[in-house]
Design a protein around this ligand. Structure first.
Ligand code: ADP
Ligand code: MG
Length: 717
């Protein structure tokens, strides 16, 4: 096609112009902008407004509404300079509409005061509020208009940009305006090739606005634009930008995957140990576990690195699948590592893996932050010599100084707690080529298995984990009864305590989870301590235990073990028990201040019960009044136990940034896109990405560069 003949490198040359080319942007300002990730013109083009001010029309003072921002023009009627607690300047404005507006200033300079002479003509913009005598605007933006000045109103709304520390709002607006003045024609701006662009459609069937049109519409919307669409982020111009941004992120993850798969990985194809474990287990794998293990085994049987995410709801039995996978490495005389985000969870994995693997003669080592001194040296030696065949730990596994003999499989549990970087750091532990961080193409890297109990809606998973294959353990082991969930006002606590007494008398075990808004360990630990003491007094005869993050690991472990053995009836805990803890006999869970927790966390916590044959109950205790979102969350919890449904709802209620955490995936930190709002763009994004990678890899690279800023963002952190 003729259009494609234009050589790509010339395309965005203007966009790559450094900001120092703008008048008034010296090295000092440029440095401040660079600190915010703004380096060149296109970075400013993509710095989008978060609000608009309508200065295209004037409102009569008599028509002003409290709380509604407006522009007025009038003459100074009176000026009063006073001092009540602090200096104050009041300027009364009259526009002949039989109402007076007061402008109130608390900070002002002498030069300003001199401007406000009675009779001077002022145009000002701000949000009026009821004052002592009619409406007033505190610190309006204003300008003095000469009597002979024509004073046009302009025909575009004024953009309001997100504040950048160290740069005044006015100079930022001015710089962005200057950058926009240099916006080239689409022919020099568009990166997506014309034929692909022409063929692409927005979900409503409309064609994509051009990039230039889109940028102008967002930065300088005409006075007749529907600002509500812009503010909601659903204007076609924003959808166009969101599409390109999602495309860039998706491309960046896909590229990462392609780069990964250029490496070699050890072939792990010996099943004898895994078969022995399956025969030794007291249960049969569920069909879903079997299917997922087969997928994993097929992956690691290949000489390219596996990159697989296993999603499985709480209690679906991911650990045993991880253990079987580890045995594939061990049977090939290589090492496997299992990393968990918290010590409690890592310890539980250690206990499980030791119980399952040691009878098979497999040596399991333990490495966590608290393993120090001699024990640590010994563990490190065993890991380095290969004597340890399976290594379980926390992120201590990734620290410098930990060297594996021959790591062939890196398993990361509860991925949502870790970032992409951490995942890759563990992978790099297994690289045997001398290349170091650059990892030349012939490096041998371990297979990666990532497990998460936070089900992520499919659309989101495809975007967030475009560098991973996804399997789902979508079935729970047999014999589980769904947890019944009750929502209770905190005022009914005495009745609840009574119910716990009865349950414990029947031999049931219960959790009582304390949460607080201030989630500093110390404050929450204190609250848990108080609750522990109160419940201890209110429930004589009930054996109450306590775990929180401030306790020594040995203490925590001893308490958990006692709870597991049934020597504690009621376990008061903070959310440290959230992940992974497995006590099948516990069938009652109370969560205090449930309104403060997110859906994912509530679901995780609730997953601690309903693991045995006993029917389980979860009581969500809330403090009134409930916000609408909190109410919706509790409703959702009451209605369903399905992790995927809950995840969809969660996405709807709070958006993907929070769902995924900000650091993790490279998907958070969008400039325009919002995965919850823009999920319907993803099919289009995936199609475009496929075409670009196949036919225009150099352009794909530039799109990533424009929006994601290249490798830098992945390399840091
Ligand atoms: P999660 O997926 O939440 O990490 P776990 O691996 O902790 O789940 O498994 C939860 C519990 O279910 C454990 O006690 C585990 O031994 C048990 N389990 C796992 N698979 C099965 C199965 N196929 N049949 C019965 N119990 C199982
Ligand atoms: Mg688990």
């Amino acid at each position: 096609m003729r259009r494609n003949v234009r050589p790509a490198p010339a395309l965005a040359a203007v966009g790559d112009t450094p900001l120092t080319a703008l008048p008034g942007c010296g090295p000092r300002v440029a440095e401040k902008l660079a600190a915010r990730g703004l380096h060149c013109l296109q970075d400013l083009w993509l710095q989008l407004p978060r609000q608009y001010e309508d200065r295209t029309r004037l409102t009569r003072i008599a028509d002003l509404q409290p709380g509604v921002a407006a522009q007025v023009e009038g003459r100074v009627e009176a000026v009063e300079r006073g001092f009540r607690y602090r200096p104050v300047l009041r300027v009364a404005l009259d526009d002949g509409s039989r109402a007076t507006l007061v402008l109130r200033f608390f900070h002002f300079r002498a030069a300003q005061v001199a401007q406000f002479v009675p009779g001077a003509r002022l145009r000002c913009y701000g949000t009026p509020r009821p004052g002592q005598n009619g409406l007033e605007i505190v610190h309006p933006s204003y300008r003095v208009i000469g009597d002979d000045e024509a004073a046009d109103l302009g025909d575009a709304l004024d953009p309001v940009y997100p504040a950048l520390e160290g740069i005044g709002a006015a100079s930022l607006r001015r710089l962005i305006g200057l950058a926009l003045d240099r916006l080239p024609d689409d022919s020099a701006l568009e990166l997506v090739p014309g034929d692909l662009r022409d063929a692409a459609r927005l979900p409503d069937g409309s064609m994509l606005p051009s990039l230039r049109e889109a940028l102008v519409a967002v930065h300088r919307p005409g006075r007749d634009q529907d600002v509500s669409l812009l503010l909601a982020g659903t204007h076609p111009a924003q959808r166009r930008l969101a599409l390109e941004e999602l495309l860039a992120h998706h491309l960046s993850l896909r590229r990462q995957r392609i780069a990964q798969q250029a490496h070699a990985a050890p072939v792990l194809d010996r099943f004898e140990l895994a078969d022995r474990l399956q025969r030794a287990l007291p249960f049969d794998l569920t069909a879903a576990q079997g299917r997922v293990f087969d997928q994993v085994a097929a992956d690691v049987g290949q000489p390219t690195p596996m990159l697989r995410l296993v999603q499985g709801d709480v209690g679906s039995g991911k650990t045993v699948v991880a253990a079987l996978a580890a045995l594939l490495a061990v049977a090939s005389n290589r090492q496997a590592a299992l990393m968990a985000p918290t010590e409690l969870l890592a310890e539980q994995h250690l206990a499980n893996l030791r119980a399952w693997l040691e009878p098979l003669g497999v040596r399991v080592a333990w490495l966590a932050g608290k393993v120090t001194g001699r024990a640590r040296r010994q563990a490190l030696e065993a890991v380095a010599s290969g004597e340890a065949q399976v290594v379980v730990g926390t992120h201590a596994l990734m620290q410098a100084g930990v060297a594996f003999h021959d790591l062939a499989l890196a398993i990361v549990d509860e991925q949502h707690r870790f970032g992409v970087h951490q995942r890759l750091a563990l992978r790099d532990k297994g690289a045997v080529a001398p290349g170091g961080p650059g990892l030349p193409g012939d490096a041998i890297v371990p297979h990666q298995l990532v497990m998460t109990a936070t089900p992520i809606p499919r659309t989101l998973a495809m975007s967030a984990y475009a560098d991973l294959d996804v399997s789902a353990i979508d079935e729970l082991p047999p014999g589980r009864t769904p947890v019944q969930t009750v929502v209770l006002n905190a005022g009914r606590r005495p009745a609840l305590v009574e119910r716990i007494r009865e349950a414990c008398a029947e031999g049931r075990q219960a959790y009582w989870v304390c949460t607080l808004i201030d989630d500093s360990d110390e404050v929450v630990a204190q609250a848990a301590q108080t609750t522990f003491e109160e419940l201890g007094t209110q429930l004589p005869g009930v054996r109450v235990g306590l775990v929180h993050g401030r306790l020594k690991a040995a203490e925590k472990q001893a308490t958990m073990a006692a709870f597991k053995r049934g020597e504690i009836d009621l376990l008061v805990a903070t959310t440290v028990i959230e992940v992974g803890v497995d006590v099948p006999n516990a069938s009652l869970m109370v969560i205090e201040n449930a309104e403060r927790l997110g859906l994912a966390q509530l679901h995780q916590l609730r997953g601690r019960v309903g693991r045995g044959r006993e029917a389980s109950t979860c009581v969500l205790v809330y403090q009134a009044p409930l916000s609408a979102t909190a109410r919706a969350r509790l409703e959702t919890m009451r209605e369903t136990c399905d992790g995927f449904l809950i995840a969809e709802k969660d996405l709807e209620l709070r958006g993907p940034g929070e769902l995924l955490g900000t650091r993790q995936t490279g998907v958070a930190g969008f400039r325009v896109a919002d995965l919850a709002r823009d999920a319907d763009l993803l099919p289009q994004v995936h199609a475009l990405a496929g075409r670009l990678l196949a036919d225009h890899p150099a352009i794909a690279e530039r799109i990533v560069q424009r929006w994601v800023g290249g490798a830098a963002r992945y390399a840091s952190a």
